[in-house]
Design a protein around this ligand. Sequence first.
Ligand code: HMG
Length: 385
Amino acid sequence: MTETVGIDRMGFYTPDMYLEMTDLALARGEDPAKYHVGIGQDKQAVIPPTQDVVTMAANAAAQILTPADKAAVKMVLFGTESGIDNSKATAVYLAHLLDLPADTRAVEIKQACYGATAGLQLAADYVRARPTAKVLVIGADIARYGLHTAGEVTQGGGAVAMLVTAQPRMLALEPVSAYHTADVMDFWRPLGRTEALVDGRYSTNVYLDFFKTVWTAYQAQTQRTIADFAALTFHIPFTKMGLKALRQVLPEATPDQQVRLQAAFEASQLDNRNVGNLYTGSLYLSILSLLRHGHLQAGDRIGCYSYGSGAEGEFYSAIVQPTFRQGFDDERLTALLANRHAVSVAEYEALFTQRLDLSGRDVQLPIGEVSAQYYLAGRHQQQRL
Ligand code: HMG
């Protein structure tokens, strides 16, 4: 018998501060409606220098791992494009912080925003072959374009942690998916740069083209149609992007199905709208948002579109499990988002430039008011503290 394999639990972390998009719009001389409606973002996570992808991943993963899980985790697959070292994997730092056993494989996966999906699919194949093993998959990033850039409104950051197991509580991954790769220069970050370079409008077109390609390929493989889906979820660099993708396929649905898919999309973008782009974590925050705020039932099929610039696209599907609500701590996630405080544009701009730079010099970070369980204290002799 083929094992049911998928996402057993999910954790999410983003720091305790955010920037209001109305404030950013006014500071940049834009109409706030452009940011709230045209782009579809209300708040943007602001990442203090005391958080990087390793600490954010640890703060997300610590929410979901019991001592028994830690003993059973055989692999950590860390998807990120905000790596902190050209050689050593973020997953190795993370395994140490989480006190995982030494007989754990720990590696980092990079392909822009697609890295966590690669991790998830590799993890699922691994567990299908070894049903007692568990794999920790991370999507963690800090989305940075730079002050006064067109991409600034689409920044954000945070980490999603997923435990992949047999007989999962939340989502069973169907062992079928369609993927597509092409060498495209829509968004990239050359070595030595801390901000991405992007051909913004071109990137949105490539995202949509790839969606069309993998959606069509998935349907050809499975003979399924849009009627087979209770919800479609998307990589959400900004919520309007997901909406545009949804609108591409809505005409394939009946009016009733359209209403259902639109309502599900609304639920799936609520949390992303208040955090911003997480790069690798964005699709997974959106799935979590759908499970938290939507009206899904056991047996519902959700479609998942993952896109990473450069570019890689994948469409896969998952079945909602009867116990899905046991897989995340809804109250904790609501409190995490509600208890953040707003920073002014001036404070955000100061924090933007205070990250550990590429010089390698020693730095002691101000940790007096840090509330997170895991944080970065600075750098000494080219090593993080
Ligand atoms: P822009 O040029 O400032 O915005 O950049 P625009 O002029 O295209 O306007 C945006 C929308 O606001 C438009 O709506 C306007 O009509 C509307 P649309 O036509 O697209 O539906 N608008 C208004 N609406 C209401 N009231 C108003 C108003 N004014 C205008 N007053 C852009 C937008 C997204 C290009 C920019 O923010 C950017 O470059 N972002 C970064 C790139 C990005 O996020 N690309 C997404 C696809 S690629 C991807 O997802 C991968 C990625 O996550 C990275 C990775 O893989 O690692 C980015």
